[in-house]
Design a binder for this molecule. Structure first.
Ligand code: 13P
Length: 347
């Protein structure tokens, strides 16, 4: 394992004032989001959308790395430049989603196990040769009556740790993503209990597999009440619960934390990340940043709608969300940033 290279890459990914942009939706997930806005569900549309994202002016001021899907890693801009080259020229580190999706877990109705370990060593070598310096694997855990089961948590934690060890062997920084879903009526406390149980198991398995904590990034959910919970807690309470939980479960040696957005609104995701950094940055052993997909892309996608004439306006919206999250990473975000942007776009 080339530990210094892994540590260097992790440091680049977690640079102050920067975070990650996830644009690694599989074609079916990307098509679903396009369908909701009447955008053609074709390879050409997906390429055009992703070209719009990576050529956004000023993106590298707030974004240290992007996570691509296999299809995107091999795509090119209209002028023939490969996406990887465009990103490298901008100083943005290239990452790749390497799991092959969450499938039903045998014997456990309603639960999933993420697959993709077979042949992963060889695929990682190919991705590294194609320019990737980090990878992502997402496990999903549902909260419900009797869920999650210990079987689901154990199987997913084991797979995450084996994936992480393979990545480090191949010289790629693993993003380890155990996502406790927001779907449901559960309270913040229940999410905190489940998230801690999951994180303890994940770090136990990472230890067993010998994963270098300084050379990996954790991508957790924020600790939140379920989307349909009648009590939606204040931003500060979510920040307190999330930071308290992470401090209890994460080793200090970990390179850093980059949250997923998970279906929160873009503004709420920024406000919550900001509250965590504003209130606690001074006492945290690791950086807290973002690795958002929907909370960065969605407002821009709603402007673009597949129309070439909307590209510039959509890129402005994307750059704005990236800048808001950059400010939140430093505890400098405020609702006024949104108001100023709206005033400018209304002119
Ligand atoms: P969201 O920010 O939309 O949750 O996506 C992050 C991600 O990469 C999910 O795997």
């Amino acid at each position: 394992m080339n530990a210094p290279r892994l540590v260097d890459t992790a440091r680049l990914m977690l640079a102050t004032g920067k975070g990650l942009l996830a644009m690694d939706e599989s074609p079916p997930t990307c098509n679903e989001r396009f369908a909701a806005l009447g955008i053609p569900q074709t390879e050409a549309s997906r390429r055009a959308w992703r070209q719009l994202i990576i050529t956004t002016p000023g993106l590298a001021d707030s974004i240290s790395g992007v996570i691509l899907f296999d299809e995107t890693l091999h795509q090119r801009c209209a002028d023939g430049t490969s996406f990887v080259k465009v990103l490298e020229n901008a100083g943005i580190v290239v990452g790749i989603k390497v799991d092959t999706g969450a499938k039903p877990l045998a014997g456990h109705t309603g639960e999933k196990i993420t697959e993709g370990l077979d042949g992963l060593r060889e695929r990682l070598q190919g991705y590294s040769a194609a320019g990737a310096r980090f990878a992502k694997w997402r496990a999903v855990i549902s909260i419900g009556e009797g869920l999650p089961s210990t079987a689901c948590i154990a199987a997913n934690a084991h797979a995450l740790a084996r994936y992480a060890a393979l990545c480090q062997e191949a010289g790629l920084v693993p993003i380890v993503e155990p996502e406790v879903l927001m779907t449901g009526e559960h309270t913040l406390q229940r999410c905190a209990d489940v998230s801690l149980q999951v994180l303890h198991e994940v770090f136990e398995q990472l230890y067993v597999q010998g994963v270098l904590l300084e050379g990996m990034v954790l991508k957790p959910n924020m600790l939140l009440p379920g989307l349909n919970c009648s009590q939606q807690d204040h931003i500060d309470k979510v920040a307190d619960a999330t930071v308290t939980g992470l401090l209890r479960a994460l080793p200090a040696a970990l390179a850093g934390v980059a949250f997923l957005s998970g279906g929160q609104s873009a503004q709420l995701a920024s406000a919550r990340l900001n509250a965590m950094n504003q209130r606690y940055k001074w006492r945290l052993p690791w950086a807290l940043t973002f690795s958002f997909a929907r909370a960065i892309q969605q407002p821009a996608l709603e402007i673009w709608r597949g129309e070439p004439g909307n590209v510039v306006q959509a890129q402005r919206a994307l750059e704005h969300r990236a800048a808001c999250n950059s400010a939140a990473q430093q505890g400098n975000y405020s609702a006024a940033m949104e108001a100023i942007d709206k005033a400018i776009s209304d002119v």
